[in-house]
Design a protein around this ligand. Sequence first.
Ligand SMILES: [Zn+2]
Ligand SMILES: [Zn+2]
Length: 365
Amino acid sequence: MRILRFGDKLPSSEECGCGLEHDRTLREVIIGPLKESLEYILEYGVDGPFAVFYDKVTYEVAGRFVQRILSGGGFFVEGPTYEEAEEKAEKVKGFKTIVGVGGGTVIDVAKYAAFRSGANFISIPTSPSHDGIASPTASLFSGGRRISKKTRPPIISLIDPSILSNAPRFLKASGFGDLIAKIVSLKDWQLGRDELGEPYCKTAESFILKSLRLMVEALEIRDSFERIERLAEGLIYSGVAMMLVGSSRPASGSEHLISHYLDMNLGRRVPHGIQCALAALPMALYHERYNENWWMDEYDWMRIRILMERAGIPLTLKEAEISEDLMVKALVEAWKIRPNRYTILHKRKLDPVEARKLLKDVQLI
Ligand SMILES: [Zn+2]
Ligand SMILES: [Zn+2]
């Protein structure tokens, strides 16, 4: 069992000097067999009663086990909707701690319900598919639209590499994709800092850089256990960066806007991180052409392509079953989703001809 300590081990706003209010809710991330981790948190006094959230699949994977060890109440999550999250928040009144066992959907609903009911939140991810494990936002759907709700991060997250290793291959690829996306998102944030004077946090930056290092290292090793452990740790650090500054700004730039556009218009769910990596590729080339502050030698679009290949992410739109026309539209229009989150797409608006050329140049089409 390995414990990563955050909480007051993280620098305060004053120590950092960034001017942003640092959120340090996440105290510990415990990496190791679930049974030991659960015993540890019971011993060290996380308050019950516990409400355990899961879906039909994650109930079998770990939910039932967690519920038994914590002697908690059990709640099935049907879908990632705002309405369901609100309804669950009503039902869990009286529970001191809410435990989300699952992938994106369960974690987001549990996180939101905990926030609304004032309970503590513990996350137990069953797949390493995105960096929401420790982030402060919950991504929910309402009337077919994706909405991002500011909530509170978990106080503790339990990572069992043997559970994560068993996640489907495409979900692991998605986790890697969400980390590859940070190559672009960090530069978009810096664009906001340099051109609009947006607040910028060096501590959050250091966590994003750590995530990138872990992602690159993980993709260089074959051993699945170690690889997954690094991937999970990378996803945690990215979540910590977002938590610190209280927004997704460090970890979500132009590539995430494109992914959100696809979420709204594709009519089919492609894993989040896979969409983000596919979008990061043309955005990297776009930065290379029009942003002097782009990475020196560390990363370029070709390097991103190699990382994607190692992660098992599709390298063409055809393979990902995303239409060329839709992707062109996404590149042209995605900035409108968040007009105030400055990225390279806001700095220099793309037209369909140039967008299509970018996709060609990075060999996505
Ligand atoms: Zn993401
Ligand atoms: Zn800071």
